[in-house]
Ligand binder design. Structure first.
Ligand code: NAD
Length: 502
C-alpha cells in the first residue's frame, strides 16, 4: 500500500512520486508494511505555506475549543489503542505491552492538553501608576516544525503536536523514516477530530504531515523562513546541527537528545526490586529508550551476588516478535542499529579489563534469524573512562561499574556528557536526599527504574541531553507560547511612565 502526505487538508503523494519501504524489523523480508513518500523541499514548502495560511484562522479559535479537538483526539486514540499498538510493534519492534504504553502516553497527553485549553493562564500585576491596569497573556508563535525519532513513535509526537495546537500554533510534522505508519495514524486521527469538532469551521492546513529523510525534509523545515519554531527529539549530533541553524535564523528551538542513564544500587537497598528495575530499564524496548539504563553502578559489597542473579535473569529473557505472547525483548529497530550495537560490543571486548558475561552476538535461532535481534549483553568491570561507559549505545547492552560509597557512586553517575534520567536504590533516607540534590540529570528516580514518564510532569535532561526546555506537563506550554504585556490606562490623561515621573 502506498501512503501519502497530508498537506492543506489533502492526502497527496510527494511531488517526485518516490517512496521508501517500511518493513517489520522482526521479519524483514516477509513483512512489508507499506510504502511512504520520500518527500522533497517543494513538498515541505507547500506544507509550510498551508500552515502559515491556516494559522491566521486557527489562532482565533478559542483555546478551550482547541482543547475540545484534543479531547476528541484522545477519545479516538483510546478506542483504537490495541490496533495502534499492534501496528506500532509491527513497524518498530518493541513488545505489544510497551507499544500499548506508548499509545496510552499519547492518550494521557491528549486529555492533559484538552484541560490546558481551559487554563493557559496569564498573569497580572499591580501598575506603578494610578488608574492603570497591567495584564499579560500567552500568545501563539506561528508555524511549528516538529521532528521526531522512531523509538516512541506515538508518545513523542503527541508531546509536541498537542501543546503546539492548543497554544494556537499550526504544525508541519516530519516523523522518523523508520516509523511513518504510526505518524500517519496520529495525523489522520487529529484531522478526523478537527473535522468532527469544528464542523463547518474546519481549517485545512492546521496539521500537515510530510514524510521523508531528515537530510531533505528535516533540513527544508530548518531552512524555511516561515517556520517559527522547531521542536526536535533525536540524537545529539543532529540536535547540534538544528541548534546551529535555528540560532542563526532566530528560530525558537527545543532539543531532547541522547542519554547515558545509570542506576545506582546501595547495600541497604531492596535487591529484588533493584534487580527487576535494571532488567526493565536496560532491556525494555530492547534498550532503545532515551531513558534506558545503560550503566549499572553497584556498591562493592553487593556487586558479585547482584551480578550473578542479574545474569541468571537476563539469560531467561525471551526474544521474539513483540506481537507474540510471552516475548520480553523485540528486535533492534533496523539492521544499521543492530550493527551499531555489535560495534560497541566489539569495542567493549577490547576495553582494558572489561569482561562480557552474557550475550554479545546476533540472535539467530529459528524465527529470530528473520529479524534484527541481538542477545541481551552484560559487561562487568567497566571503568568510567571506557567508551561503553560514556557513549550512548541505544541497544540491549548494560555496562556494570563498581563504587565504594555514595559520593563515589554519584561521581561515576555524573561522569558523562549527558544528563537525562537516573536512579538510586537505597533505603537510607539521607542518601536518597543527597542523591536528589547531587545527581546531574533532568529526572531522578528513588527506588524506581530510569525509564518511564508521566504526561503531566516535566520531561527532559541537562548537559548535552538538551537545551534547557522540557516536554510534558505545564512546562512545555511555555515553549509553544510567547508572553504579551498589555497596559490599560483609564486615567483619562497621559500619565507617561513611572520612570518619567519620579
Ligand atoms: P536521529 O537524530 O537520527 O533522527 C531524529 C529525527 O531527526 C528523524 O526524524 C530524522 O529523520 C531527523 N533528522 C536527521 N537528520 C536531520 C537533519 N540534518 N535535519 C533535520 N532533521 C534531521 O535520531 P533517531 O535515531 O531517530 O533516535 C535516536 C536518538 O534519539 C537517540 O540518541 C535517543 O537518545 C534520542 N532520543 C531522545 C529522547 C529525549 O527525550 N531526550 C527521546 C527519544 C529519543
Amino acid at each position: 500500500m502506498e501512503f501519502k502526505n497530508l498537506i492543506n487538508g489533502e492526502w497527496k503523494p510527494s511531488s517526485n512520486g518516490k517512496y521508501s519501504e517500511n518493513r517489520n524489523p522482526a521479519s524483514w523480508n516477509e513483512d512489508l508494511i507499506g510504502k511512504f513518500p520520500l518527500s522533497t523541499e517543494e513538498d515541505v514548502n507547500e506544507a509550510v505555506k498551508a500552515a502559515r495560511q491556516a494559522y491566521k484562522k486557527w489562532r482565533l479559535i478559542p483555546a478551550p475549543k482547541r482543547g475540545d479537538v484534543l479531547k476528541e483526539v484522545g477519545d479516538i486514540m483510546f478506542a483504537r489503542k490495541d490496533e495502534i499498538a499492534f501496528e506500532m510493534t509491527r513497524e518498530m519492534g518493541k513488545v505489544f505491552a510497551e507499544t500499548k504504553g506508548d499509545t496510552q502516553e499519547g492518550i494521557d497527553t491528549a486529555y492533559y492538553a484538552a484541560s490546558e485549553g481551559r487554563r493557559l493562564f496569564g498573569m497580572n500585576a499591580p501598575s506603578e501608576l494610578a488608574n492603570k491596569m497591567n495584564l499579560s497573556f500567552r500568545i501563539p508563535i506561528g508555524v511549528a516544525g516538529i521532528i521526531t525519532p522512531w523509538n516512541f513513535p506515538m508518545a513523542i509526537p503527541t508531546w509536541k503536536i498537542f501543546p503546539a495546537l492548543v497554544c494556537g500554533n499550526t504544525v508541519v510534522f516530519k516523523p522518523a523514516e523508520i516509523t511513518p505508519k504510526t505518524a500517519n495514524t496520529l495525523v489522520q486521527i487529529i484531522d478526523e477530530a478537527m473535522k468532527k469538532v469544528l464542523g463547518k469551521e474546519y481549517i485545512p492546513g492546521v496539521i500537515n504531515l510530510v514524510h521523508g529523510k531528515g537530510s531533505v525534509v528535516g533540513e527544508a523545515l530548518l531552512a524555511s523562513k516561515e517556520v517559527d519554531l522547531i521542536s526536535f527529539t533525536g540524537s545529539t549530533l543532529v540536535g547540534r546541527r538544528i541548534n546551529e541553524v535555528g540560532g542563526r535564523e532566530l528560530k525558537r528551538v527545543s532539543l531532547e537528545l541522547g542519554g547515558k542513564n545509570a542506576q545506582i544500587v546501595m547495600p541497604d537497598a531492596n535487591m529484588d526490586l533493584a534487580l527487576d528495575a535494571v532488567l526493565w530499564g536496560a532491556f525494555g524496548t530492547t534498550g532503545q529508550r532515551c531513558t534506558a539504563t545503560s550503566r549499572l553502578i553497584l556498591h562493592n559489597d553487593i556487586h558479585d551476588k547482584f551480578v550473578e542473579k542479574l545474569v541468571e535473569r537476563v539469560k531467561k529473557l525471551k526474544l521474539g516478535y513483540g506481537n507474540d505472547k510471552g516475548v520480553d525483548v523485540g528486535p533492534c529497530v533496523s539492521e544499521a542499529q543492530r550493527n551499531t550495537v555489535d560495534e560497541y560490543v566489539q569495542i567493549g571486548l577490547k576495553e582494558d579489563k572489561a569482561k562480557m558475561l552474557t550475550g554479545g552476538k546476533f540472535a539467530k535461532e529459528g524465527n529470530l534469524a528473520k529479524g534484527w535481534f541481538y542477545e541481551p549483553t552484560i559487561f562487568v568491570d567497566v571503568k568510567p573512562n571506557h567508551r561503553i561507559a560514556k557513549e550512548e549505545i541505544f541497544g540491549p547492552v548494560l555496562s556494570v561499574l563498581k563504587c565504594s560509597d555514595l559520593d563515589n557512586a554519584i561521581e561515576i553517575l555524573n561522569d558523562t556528557e549527558y544528563g537525562l534520567s537516573s536512579s538510586i536504590f537505597t533505603n537510607n533516607v539521607n542518601d536518597a536526599f543527597k542523591a536528589v540534590r547531587d545527581i546531574q540529570a533532568g529526572i531522578t528516580y528513588i527506588n524506581g527504574a530510569t525509564i518511564g514518564a508521566e504526561a503531566h510532569m516535566p520531561f527532559g535532561g541537562v548537559k548535552a541531553t538538551g537545551n534547557g526546555h522540557r516536554e510534558g506537563g505545564w512546562t512545555v506550554y511555555e515553549f509553544y507560547s510567547e508572553w504579551k504585556a498589555v497596559y490599560i490606562d483609564y486615567s483619562g490623561k497621559l500619565q507617561r511612565a513611572q520612570i518619567d515621573n519620579y
